[in-house]
Design a binder for this molecule. Sequence first.
Ligand code: CP
Length: 310
Amino acid sequence: MRKHLLSIDDVSADDAATLFATAAEMHDVQHREVKKLPALRGRTVINLFFEDSTRTRSSFEIAGKWLSADTINITGKGSSASKGESLRDTVLTICAMGVDALVMRHAASGAAHQVSQWVDAAVVNAGDGTHEHPSQALLDAYTLQRRIGPLEGRHVAIVGDLTHSRVFRSNVKLLLKLGARVTAVAPPTLMPSGVTPWSQADGFALSWDLDEVLPTADAVMMLRVQKERMSGGFFPTPREYTVGYGLTRDRLGVLGPDVPICHPGPMNRGLEIAADAADAAQSVVLDQVSAGVAVRMAILYHLLAGEENA
Ligand code: CP
């Protein structure tokens, strides 16, 4: 792996396979009485979150702690950023204390990339605006592989608010690298605009018709309607969104019982996903959360100790 994890562009298919193999070993730690490995003893990992998070921040913190790193959380609201300190001054100040890795989330697309130019520490992008969320895509693919086997040739439907989703962008890139076929399903107003290399790639398709796509899907990934990033009316009413694009109880009946249902969370129950689907036996939502710790342990391990411990 490269020095930083800023984008899925930093991860080759071989890198992903290596990370998944390490994550599988790390996953076992979750079931031990003593959840501690010495791999990152003496290393310091800072979680710097300028946007809210439950899963990503806590799983990176747990991952660091289980690898014996010293981990510290800093949030925008409780830091001197709220007094007007610039992002550059904030990260240079933190890194002057002797930091090995900076895991950061920021509302601005490209923020993690910019910070990686300023500091010596390894930078992990834990979500930058509507751009990317690479560790989420890695844990999603890891979860799917454990459930349905190799993703080569498998058809993954990604459904929801694609315009505002960094999870969508990272997932498309990674799933295509792993040989999966991806159909992106959204109302026209929530389709990502612009031509990107992946939108032209073999294996990638767009659809406005969820009911046409669902019967051929080997896995379904529902994405959150991100109301906080919407400045206008992207759909007439929540009810109409659910009728067109929600994974409702009726649509659950169309899916085979072995088709995993993913959602990166947090879920809008009753809007993009019905409770019946979120809580179905084939839902892997909590597997994703559990895998998040293992995959993030693997990421920190390979960025900070992988080469030397190998
Ligand atoms: N999936 C995800 O990034 O969740 P959080 O916002 O809770 O970290």
